[in-house]
Design a protein around this ligand. Structure first.
Ligand code: ZN
Ligand code: FE
Ligand code: FE
Ligand code: ZN
Length: 275
């Protein structure tokens, strides 16, 4: 069924679909404060997407535990009062080889509006953590990018996620590869993303890092546009002041790449909204 434009929302800014809470142990501010920030920007909608649980103990220091999950859902539900901005319940779920059984059993049965899919680890290396930055000095950067995109391809193949977040995350600290290599790695992956009907987020947190540009780069965004891969917007807020960060710039970037619409989700059903 083709997605029809949804005319219910005439917001100045697109919704922020990537917001954390203190349950992940590295974010500050109550959900009410994130919501007040979105409200002050006259944002019509926002989605909390905190780092999801993993009962294997994977990266426990950056996420809620599984027993904490009901309190996360309740905390978000408690600010769904019908006033603007509308508040959605989402999750940022990590993919790594071995995560499949839990994700398959658990994710589809939760009352999410939106599921973001992320890759933060290559083998045992949390490559985007400042704590592990030194590891970059002893790796083949191009090889890391290749391994990373192989993991993202496996994430896509799982068909459990709605949106891929920070798509070119290995650039976070400034470790880049040639455009030629990037194109060669990304083209088949984007074909897969398009076939899966997934969206890719424009994540503005890259502008706050050494990468000094949003995820994904303008080059990748143009390759996405060629394949009509839908977009969402996310600040990756870990503090209330991050909500909607540099969204005007992100909208301009999307328009320059040829986008005239973005995707919304409700109960994991997508619709299109004019940009
Ligand atoms: Zn985080
Ligand atoms: Fe992330
Ligand atoms: Fe995040
Ligand atoms: Zn993130």
């Amino acid at each position: 069924m083709p997605e029809k434009p949804d005319k219910t929302s005439v917001a100045l800014l697109p919704p922020d679909y990537h917001i954390h809470t203190p349950l992940c142990k590295h974010a500050t501010g109550a959900p009410e404060e994130y919501r007040a920030a979105a409200s002050a920007m006259r944002m019509a909608e926002m989605c909390f997407t905190d780092h999801g649980p993993d009962p294997s103990g994977y990266d426990l220091k950056h996420r809620m535990s599984l027993p904490q999950f009901p309190s996360y859902a309740l905390m978000i539900r408690s600010i769904q009062d019908g006033h603007s901005p509308r508040v959605l319940l989402g999750i940022e779920a990590d993919y790594y080889p071995g995560a499949e059984p839990f994700l398959r059993d658990w994710l589809p049965h939760q009352p999410f509006d939106l599921v973001l899919g992320s890759v933060h680890y290559i083998n045992e290396w949390g490559f985007d953590s400042p704590d592990n930055l030194y590891v970059w000095d002893s790796v083949d950067v191009k090889g890391v990018w290749r391994q990373y995109f192989t993991l993202v391809a496996a994430l896509v193949d799982l068909r459990l996620f709605d949106v891929i977040t920070h798509f070119d995350l290995p650039k976070k600290f400034g470790h880049r590869i040639a455009d030629r290599d990037l194109r060669e790695m990304v083209r088949p992956l984007l074909d897969k993303v398009a076939a899966a009907g997934m969206a890719i987020e424009i994540n503005t947190s890259g502008w706050r890092r050494a990468a000094a540009e949003a995820y994904p780069s303008p080059l990748i965004l143009s390759l996405m546009r060629e394949r009509e891969i839908p977009i969402t917007f996310g600040s990756d807020a870990h503090a209330p002041g991050d909500v909607g960060n540099q969204f005007e710039k992100a909208v301009a970037l999307a328009r320059e790449a040829g986008y005239s619409a973005y995707r919304r989700y409700c109960a994991r059903q997508p619709s299109l909204c004019p940009l």
